[in-house]
Ligand binder design. Structure first.
Ligand code: CDP
Length: 221
């Protein structure tokens, strides 16, 4: 199968909209590969923090992104052989990821790595610009969203379950700041791709959202 014939499902949306869970499960159900593109921005942020990189030096950050010693081993994400699956989920890392994601050189440095995830029999790609920039010819594009309050509640629950302490007020203001940066940045801003199905999951369970995406995908065949 040529690469351009490998089906892609692009799932984009704002922070804590539940797209990670939905994208992952949809990939499992279809036996497809899964790309968590946000993890790549988080890995770049974590590398920068650990190496004490100059956060104002776009070129240095892009170099870090381009040479990430990353390995995806099932559910584990390894950075230079260390399992960082937990460390990249810290809010400090997410906040820095959202800042460096606005830098064009960093986005460019992660471009080829993201394309390399497109392997047979198919790919579910989760992020902000999967349908607009990385996979503009995706077979199905979904823009998954939810109200600010529903997203803050979900993020709170997620962090507590992982044993990471969280405070609702801080989470809400971080979430709004992140939405603001993601939607207003000059490069690859968060907007629904042309032809994207909009899925507002404020009052939906994850299972309902998964079934909806699978039903849309079935209609593309
Ligand atoms: O968990 P959350 O949805 O907050 O973020 P994530 O998907 O893990 O991504 C971390 C950050 O990377 C986001 O806040 C975005 O600013 C950025 N990102 C991006 O710019 N483009 C993507 N395709 C994925 C993530």
């Amino acid at each position: 199968m040529t690469t351009s014939a490998i089906p892609v499902i692009a799932i984009d949306g704002p922070t804590a909209s539940g797209k990670g869970t939905v994208a992952h499960k949809v990939a499992d159900r279809l036996g497809f590969h899964y790309l968590d593109s946000g993890a790549l921005y988080r890995l770049t942020a974590l590398s920068a923090l650990r190496r004490g990189a100059d956060l104002a030096d776009e070129h240095a950050l892009a170099k870090l992104a381009e040479h990430l010693p990353v390995q995806f081993a099932g559910a584990e994400i390894l950075l230079a052989h260390e399992n960082v699956s937990h460390a990249i989920r810290a809010e400090e890392v997410g906040n820095l990821a959202s800042k460096i994601a606005a830098l064009p050189a960093v986005r460019q440095a992660l471009f080829a790595l993201q394309l390399s995830f497109r392997k047979a029999p198919g790919l579910v790609a989760d992020g902000r610009d999967m349908g607009t920039v990385i996979f503009p010819h995706a077979k199905l594009k979904v823009f998954l969203t939810a109200s600010t309050e529903a997203r803050a509640q979900r993020r709170y629950k997620q962090l507590i379950e992982k044993g990471i302490s969280a405070n609702m007020e801080d989470l809400l203001s971080d979430l709004q700041a992140r939405d603001d940066r993601d939607t207003h940045r000059a490069i690859a801003p968060l907007v629904p791709a042309a032809g994207a199905h909009i899925l507002d999951t404020s009052h939906m369970t994850a299972d309902q959202a998964i079934e909806e995406v699978l039903a849309w995908y079935a209609l593309t065949k």
